[in-house]
Design a protein around this ligand. Structure first.
Ligand SMILES: [Zn+2]
Length: 442
């Protein structure tokens, strides 16, 4: 079902972004996506139609490619001069005209505080968070399949990203949000022209609204589709480009560690998938970074499961943290996250809200990076892992800042650190803000 277009090598190495040429990706339509594969039972499913999760066991479906054919047609050197967006890796992404706002290829900033630490700053993405990558890929495929109305239960940055990419593609975004969501997410969705339903309840009530909608006649008739985290295969494909970028931006070296704020964990799954693909392509060897999950102490189901040696997490009761993106009481992909931590000899660490706010302020003052609270949790984890000896000073470690602090102004306003930053006196404890309660798929 695929064909190789050898014109790939004749593509001018100009600065024309892949998605802005008159026929987007015309020279790169190598169509190497072969099928979808269940991550639980291994069953294959066709990739030429919309898919959700495995009908047999509800496992997450991964997109699979003809990697040997890609290896013959495209090398890491072929990336030179390509557009600085995640679509520079379109040889290993589904074949479709992309819906792009310039997402990806975010800066890999050397830390000013720790010589061997890099901060991957995802706050510079369109819509101010790493969600742009997954939703760019997801909306690209939704348009490719002729879907019209995309539904998402969300209390955060995924909603803003879906709204933006739907606006850019002419699709309808239907967002189901608790009525007390962070201000930035509510306002951006409104301006992007999304259909926002404010729900008097928690995110779980929003997810139930989408589930009820699925049972209706209109769902099928009007081309509705649920794009909840890991309930469709392509958000992982967008997020995996973070793994390609880590490798490319470090000169095809693997770091010793990657610290990743883990809510739904899509990026962690995606990066691990990217490393496996890159090894098959001959771009890297068998070395892997130790993958570190950081979660908020008020919602740490992966940390709890990891400490207990379990293969799946349990629902975290009364989840509460100001880092709203980490308020995922039971990630749908928990079985994959825990497997990756084990395979990579990684670990899972939690950070209190006090530590997170302190680290947010510290990064802003020391690095010049105003991070999302979720991102600043990476610094908390790094400090703890240095103290424990898990990481040595000479270990090259990448810390992910998942978004911009500018999207959390109402959350961070008036919040102060615990005084561990130089020159900061000890201050009052920040209260965990209830923004729409627990998050199922977010
Ligand atoms: Zn399955």
């Amino acid at each position: 079902m695929f064909h190789v277009n050898l014109d790939i090598h004749t593509k001018p190495k100009g600065r024309v972004p892949e998605c802005e040429s008159p026929k987007p990706n015309a020279k790169l339509s190598i169509g190497m996506l072969t099928h979808l594969e269940c991550t639980r039972c291994g069953e294959h499913y066709p990739a030429d139609r919309p898919q959700t999760v495995c009908p047999k066991d509800a496992g997450i479906l991964y997109a699979r490619y003809d990697l040997p054919a890609i290896k013959r047609a495209f090398s890491s050197a072929s990336l030179s001069g390509r557009a600085p967006t995640m679509w520079r890796y379109d040889a290993i992404l589904p074949e479709a005209d992309c819906v792009s706002l310039g997402e990806g290829f975010t800066p890999m900033l050397p830390s000013r505080e720790y010589p061997n630490v890099y901060i991957k700053d995802e706050g510079l993405n369109p819509t101010g968070s790493f969600k742009a990558r997954g939703l760019s890929a997801c909306v690209t495929m939704a348009r490719h399949f002729g879907l019209k109305k995309l539904a998402i239960p969300s209390a955060g940055n995924a909603a803003g990203a879906l709204a933006a990419y739907c606006a850019a593609s002419g699709l309808e975004a239907h967002i189901f949000m608790p009525k007390d969501v962070p201000m930035a997410n509510r306002i951006e969705c409104d301006y992007y022209g999304a259909h926002v339903t404010l729900v008097d309840g928690l995110i779980s009530d929003c997810a139930r609204k989408v589930a009820e909608l699925k049972e209706s006649e209109a769902w099928k008739k009007d081309g509705w589709f649920d794009v909840s985290t890991t309930k469709e295969p392509y958000r992982v494909e967008g997020k995996k480009t973070m793994g390609y970028e880590v490798a490319e931006q470090l000169g095809w070296r693997m770091p010793q560690g990657i610290i990743y704020p883990t809510g739904g964990g899509v990026g962690l799954l995606g990066m691990w998938k990217a490393f496996e693909e890159m090894e098959a392509l001959g771009w890297i060897g068998s070395e892997r970074p130790r993958m570190i999950t950081v979660q908020a102490a008020g919602c740490a189901p992966i940390v709890k499961a990891w400490d207990a040696g379990r293969k799946e997490s349990e629902m975290w009761p009364n989840a509460a943290t100001l880092a709203s993106g980490l308020r995922v009481p039971k990630p749908y992909g928990d079985y994959l996250i825990l497997d990756i931590l084990k395979k990579s000899r990684g670990t899972a660490v939690s950070a209190t809200d006090e530590e997170i706010v302190d680290a947010t302020r510290h990064w802003a003052k020391v690095e010049g990076i105003f991070a999302a609270p979720e991102g600043a949790a990476s610094l908390v984890a790094y400090r703890k892992l240095r103290t424990s000896g898990f990481f040595k000073p000479e270990d090259l470690v990448v810390l992910f800042n998942t978004g911009s602090g500018l999207k959390y102004l109402d959350v961070l306003d008036g919040k102060v650190g615990t005084g561990t930053s130089p020159g900061r006196p000890a201050q009052a404890k920040p209260a965990a803000r209830q923004i729409g309660g627990i998050i199922g798929p977010y």
